[in-house]
Design a protein around this ligand. Structure first.
Ligand code: ARG
Length: 467
């Protein structure tokens, strides 16, 4: 039986009937639909609409639907179900008879879908945050293992200054921890229960909304039924946050692709995550990285699809909102599959630290340190900058590095230069010079590793507490 056929005189156009259904994708919400329906059934009992016996039978029926869906996937092959709400109602009636139809008393699919989607998003957030904790730990582990290895850092993709490999890896952890934090924020804002909001104006029965909210682990009922049945901010925020996470992963992937090229030679691509070419026998291609970079585009597409779907919708529920489901599911699914793969990749990738060191030792990455040397001797910054610039110019003419110049040559550029400059220019000394909170000096990075591990532990604790 349809959920709404009473006032219709004519049957639906068969093609339209198929096309407007959502069960092919909203079956993903079955678990949440069953949880929310159990909470509603209990509220109906409290309101005196169901007898104790009817409640038991409905709760058993709902449980049986969940079990059947688990044990036989073909159970979900129902080509009459319009959506997940209709599916549950139909199955319940076939399991426990007409009393199953009592479950829908006083509620609307508009509040149900709003509730199911919040539950789905909340659970996805908890899983993704737990995965992010694993990913961040792996980055920190690799950083700790890299110890005092150095590499060039770049600005404008031009060699800038040497940094510790650990410092570079921790930069990515900062991004991922911000993503985890944004997800926590989104979770806090979504954790309100729409149940009892009805179709738009609120339930028509005296349902205990606080009770339903706490049964489902929500902090409170939503405050306005018109908003609650039409709001998809939580989906938008979640997918936009995932699209930022996608950008971070994409930037990381791009950098790994560059660094694995022959031209850089900083990393050896793990064979377990690469493929060859059907034509060129010598090839080992960075497929995982390229797909991660590509998926970021897909996630951004999901965020855009959601935004444009919601834009211009008058209050309250409109069927356009059914179109918010697939981009939400797709973005969550992409991220959930990417994160363990990236973690696996980072775990085994080999850093070519000899090549990184070699690259750090040339290209005047110690020029700012040389200028700082002069500043410490009392030379004004602008003048020291100019002096080192002149020294670099001389080196470029001679095709050498700053430390290849003699003291006399240096003093001709600026008399404050002395022979103690050379030790100042060594890669390790340049790294050590950046001795500030958040800088790359070894002791600072060690401290950053410790603090970062603490932040990851608290993220892991929160993610587990919710799971
Ligand atoms: N399948 C619908 C959706 O996802 C459920 C809500 C239907 N509500 C309605 N008034 N037709 O949006």
């Amino acid at each position: 039986m349809k959920m709404w056929s009473g006032r219709f005189r004519q049957p639906l156009d068969p093609e339209f009937e198929q096309w407007q259904r959502s069960f092919s994708f909203d079956r993903k919400l079955l678990k949440y639909e069953l949880e929310a329906s159990s909470a509603h059934a209990q509220a109906l009992r409290k309101a005196g609409i169901l007898t104790a016996e009817e409640l038991i039978s409905i709760l058993e029926g709902l449980k049986r639907i969940g079990d059947l869906a688990q044990s036989s996937p073909s159970f979900l092959e129902d080509n009459e179900a319009e959506d997940v709400h209709h599916f549950v109602e139909k199955q319940l009636a076939s399991l426990i008879g007409d009393r199953g139809y009592k479950l829908h008393s006083g509620r609307s699919r508009n509040e149900q879908i709003a509730t199911d989607l919040r539950l789905f998003t909340r659970s996805s957030i908890d899983q993704i945050r737990a995965e992010l904790a694993g990913l961040c730990t792996t980055f920190v582990d690799r950083g700790e293992e890299a110890d005092d290895a150095v590499m060039p850092s770049y600005t404008h993709l031009q060699p800038a200054e040497p940094v510790l490999v650990a410092h570079w890896l921790l930069a990515y952890v900062e991004m991922f921890l911000r993503d985890a934090d944004r997800l926590a924020d989104c979770r806090r804002r979504l954790n309100f229960s729409p149940l009892g909001s009805g179709a738009v104006a609120g339930a028509t029965l005296p349902l205990d909304r606080e009770f339903m909210a706490s049964t489902l682990g929500f902090s409170r009922p939503t405050g306005n039924s018109i908003d609650a049945t039409s709001d998809r901010d939580f989906a938008l925020e979640f997918v936009q946050t995932l699209s930022i996470l996608g950008l971070h992963l994409s930037r990381w992937a791009e950098e790994m692709i560059l660094f694995s090229s022959n031209e850089y030679g900083f990393i050896h691509l793990p064979e377990a995550y690469s493929t060859g070419s059907s034509a060129m026998p010598q090839k080992k291609n960075p497929d995982l990285l390229e797909l991660v970079r590509g998926k970021a585009g897909r996630i951004a597409g999901c965020a855009t699809a959601l935004t444009i779907t919601i834009k211009g919708l008058p209050l309250a529920y409109n069927k356009d909102l059914q179109e918010t489901q697939e981009p939400l599911f797709e973005a969550a699914e992409i991220v959930m599959r990417i994160l363990p793969l990236v973690t696996g990749w980072i775990k085994i990738v080999e850093f070519n630290t000899a090549e990184m060191l070699n690259a750090s030792d040339s290209g005047f990455m110690n020029a700012w340190a040389a200028a700082t040397y002069l500043v410490k001797k009392g030379v004004p910054c602008r003048i020291s900058h100019e002096a080192v610039g002149n020294a670099v110019k001389l080196c470029l003419e001679r095709n050498c590095e700053l430390n290849d110049l003699s003291v006399a040559e240096l003093q001709a550029v600026n008399p404050a230069f002395g022979s103690d400059l050379y030790q100042y220019l060594a890669v390790s000394a340049v790294v050590a010079l950046h001795d500030v909170v958040g800088g790359t000096a070894a002791a600072r990075v060690k401290q950053a590793i410790k603090l970062t591990r603490e932040r990851i532990e608290s993220l892991r604790g929160e993610a587990h507490a919710h799971a």
